[in-house]
Ligand binder design. Structure first.
Ligand SMILES: [Zn+2]
Length: 224
């Protein structure tokens, strides 16, 4: 091959884009998926993200659940939170036309220790590309994982949630957002601290969803 041909071939190769790979499992993305709603996931990962869009009415407040917290989502959150694969945060709302301008969106907090270890707040990363301002009027005074605790201790755990004083927020109905709902206890506590209008949960545990089945609002309109 002539030197010109070699140069031409090298230049041509640099213009070919890399084969797109799934952001979760790193396997190549099937050709038929590359123009889909969530183009950065392979078929099996996209299917494993079980979107449910269920609405519950709990103590007069509407709670909106986007995904079921399956084993797949547990691994996904772990990869995002503990392995700091922050880019995964954009997956959850990637194919949604999120419009929450009429609300003051408030995030449930991680503990200070978690936030310092991670260097980011996962729920804020989920909303980063939506252009929505997310406020953090709450804080936790200790780092206790709710799901590891016996029922009797959960009241104590709820007491670690506190409201910041002198924290400015826009005067709009409050939409409380959380990444994972396991027992709902901390979210319920937050509802009492803030005059919450609605609750939006990215992923809810199937056991919690089963327990809330009597509160499910069938055919309720979605939040956006
Ligand atoms: Zn995949």
């Amino acid at each position: 091959m002539s030197i010109f041909n070699q140069i031409y071939q090298r230049m041509y190769q640099t213009t070919i884009p890399d084969e797109p790979v799934c952001q979760v499992c790193q396997r190549p993305i099937e050709l038929n998926r590359q123009f889909m709603d969530i183009p950065c996931l392979c078929q099996s990962c996209a299917q494993a993200m079980q979107k449910v869009k269920k609405v519950y009415k709990i103590d007069g407040i509407h709670w909106y659940v986007l995904y079921v917290y399956t084993d797949f989502l547990e691994r996904l959150w772990f990869q995002l939170k503990e392995q700091k694969d922050i880019v995964l945060a954009s997956l959850f709302l990637a194919d949604e036309d999120v419009d929450l301008r009429s609300y003051c969106v408030c995030a449930m907090p991680s503990s200070e220790q978690k936030r310092l270890n991670r260097g980011f707040e996962p729920i804020l990363e989920v909303f980063r590309n939506t252009g929505i301002d997310v406020y953090s009027p709450l804080y936790k005074t200790a780092n206790i994982k709710q799901s590891n605790q016996p029922k009797a201790k959960r009241q104590e755990i709820q007491d670690v949630l506190q409201l910041k004083s002198c924290y400015w927020m826009p005067n709009k109905p409050i939409l409380l957002v959380d990444d994972v709902c396991t027992t709902g206890a901390t979210l319920s506590k937050a509802c009492t601290l803030l005059s919450t209008s609605k609750v939006f949960i990215i992923s809810a545990h199937p056991l919690w969803m089963a327990s809330q089945q009597p509160n499910e609002v069938a055919n309720a309109p979605w939040i956006w």
